[in-house]
Design a protein around this ligand. Structure first.
Ligand SMILES: Nc1nc2c(ncn2[C@@H]2O[C@H](COP(=O)(O)OP(=O)(O)OP(=O)(O)O)[C@@H](O)[C@H]2O)c(=O)[nH]1
Length: 364
């Protein structure tokens, strides 16, 4: 789900919530008004007439704006949303009809408050963007202010403006709260995604050299074999073993040994970087390379580059031109030989060692 979808989803939730909230408030208030009207007030029908006109006006405005917005920009309001909103409007219309009919108080406070509740509802319901809410609320707000000014004078209008500003503030705050929460959720999910990625990455990486570890190799090998099956292209395995590594460790110490492993891994990486390939640490001083789409010429060239590059390398603690590797390679031309390929490369490595080390051999 992208950012806009998440915001849309949140706003939809808010619409349902505000609808439910509005019904509860309306029911409570109407019960109160009904009680007041029938038991305490004598002029109920006259006042009811005045308020019913106001409410009817706002409802017509609300519904028509809803339709205009929907026609102009259908992506803001989907079909289900329209249906739900219409049901809400209908239910509220019925309730308000009852309230208006029975609304007989000459109370200057409660009138605007009721109107504001409707405006708030309209604003939140229509609020897919703050811009939209502004377009939506401005005519309602201004007509309310104008009507109040003409009917009740300046003081009442100022009083109404304060209430409307409050309503506007609530709408604006709720919108920025939604955005803040979504931003936080997105940030959290990005962190989790990164953590999962890191866990996956670390589980497959050799801590010392940064190349794949044995588990990483298994995965790479599986991928290569399935590619080989699908594309019918040969692949090759090269085993690289550091010569007399134990001696390096014993003579120069384990830190020098580590340095040697890191250098060999780096040299191998740079020799194979232009090929579809991967390198993993297979054992203590042994690396294994997978070359996709391999030919014997390509494999020979890579082995040669690795030998040359490692022979020429210089190590901080050991010095220059003092390490070498022996390599054994095998090419898998048909799927039958997949299981044997590592054994073949191992045999070739053994033969190369027998041959005096610092050399390579490719299995026939
Ligand atoms: N410094 C260091 N040494 C390691 C690490 N892992 C394994 N080793 C050492 O690598 C050495 C491997 O020894 P051998 O398998 O006999 O290899 P070798 O001395 O190169 O012998 P050949 O392969 O026949 O040339 C052992 O002494 C291990 O202790 C490591 O991460 N760091």
């Amino acid at each position: 789900m992208n950012y806009d979808d998440a915001i849309g989803e949140e706003r939809r939730k808010m619409i349902s919530l505000s609808g439910a909230w509005f019904i509860v408030v309306t029911l409570t208030l109407s019960a109160f008004v009904l009680f007041y009207a029938y038991f305490l007030d004598d002029n109920k029908y006259i006042t009811a007439n005045i308020y019913s006109k106001n409410f009817a006006f706002i409802y017509v405005l609300f519904i028509s704006t809803l339709w205009v917005v929907r026609t102009l920009n259908p992506s803001y309001l989907d079909k289900n949303w329209m249906r739900n909103a219409s049901i809400l409007i209908f239910i509220n219309g019925m309730i308000w009809g009852g309230v208006v009919f029975c609304y007989i108080m000459e109370n200057r406070l409660l009138g605007p408050v009721f109107l504001c509740l409707i405006v708030l509802f309209c604003g939140v319901v229509s609020g897919y963007t703050l811009k939209l809410i502004t377009v939506y609320c401005l005519p309602i707000f201004s007509s309310l202010l104008l009507a109040t000014f003409l009917k009740n004078g300046l003081l009442q209008t100022m009083y109404m403006s304060i209430i409307l500003s409050g309503v506007w503030f609530i709408i604006k705050t709720s919108d920025s709260l939604i955005k803040k929460r979504i931003n936080k959720e997105i940030a959290t999910s990005l962190i989790l995604e990164k953590k999962a990625y890191n866990a996956h990455h670390y589980a497959q990486t050799d801590y010392l050299t940064g190349v794949f570890n044995r588990r990483g190799f298994e995965n790479e090998f599986k991928k290569t074999v399935s590619n080989c099956l699908i594309q019918q292209k040969p692949f090759a395995i090269i085993l690289v073993d550091i010569d007399f590594f134990k001696k390096i460790n014993d003579t120069f110490g384990h830190i020098a040994g580590d340095d040697c492993l890191i250098t060999v891994a780096d040299k191998i990486k740079s020799c194979i970087k232009f090929y579809a390939s991967s390198v993993s640490r297979y054992g203590g001083d042994e690396f294994i390379i997978i070359i996709n789409d391999a030919t014997s010429a390509k494999v020979e060239m890579i082995c040669h580059d690795i030998k040359k590059s490692i022979n020429e390398s210089s190590l901080k603690l050991i010095g220059e031109r003092c390490i070498s590797v022996t390599q054994g390679a095998a090419i898998c031309n048909n799927i039958k030989s997949v299981n044997d390929i590592i054994n073949d490369a191992d045999k070739a490595l053994y033969e190369a060692k027998e041959n005096g080390r610092n050399c390579y051999r490719i299995a026939e």
